[in-house]
Design a protein. Sequence first.
Length: 207
Amino acid sequence: MSMRIRTSALTALTVAGLAAGTVLTAPAAGAAAKAAAPTFLSASQLPPHPTSSWTAGPVTEGFPEELGLCVSVEGVPSYDYRHRQFWTDLDTTAVQLTVVTGTADQAKNLAKHYDDLVRTCADRIDESSPDVEAEGRDYGRLPVEEGARVRGLHTETSWGASDIALMSVGRDGRTVTVVKWGQMGDFRDAPVAAFKKTTSTAVDKLY
């Protein structure tokens, strides 16, 4: 799904009905802040685009709004959030979030929380907007560090807009990463194998 949401219906979904999740235990004061910053993906490590190269933005503090359709900070402690955006010349975009928690157990809980949000995203979209049909797919777990899982999401509006996204959640120790790729299209346009490689690289680079 294109990260630059092109419809007001999808934009509204980031506010209505998509903040579900369990409140997690907060880290000890200052614990996450003392952690070394994880390394992010580079543009060359994104799934290759057939006609355009990727551009990487700077690593930025905070939670990226581009994840707001499925993943949010609602009910999550104030961890150390950083993100990096990527884009091509042809409306294909991506974003990577890293979250440094206080302990490995907190990171494990956070990774499960984020994966649950991604897993249930299509159902929440269907429930919150009668003008949008959504379908999610599970592309399986990856054996990298403490594990990662890749999922897909296709949305189609009543006026014909069709977007495809691939999302993954992975963990290394007390750090969690979420990666999202998206463009116009459907599941046939999703570079699943290449995105799995990108996800494995992202988790490997956390520390």
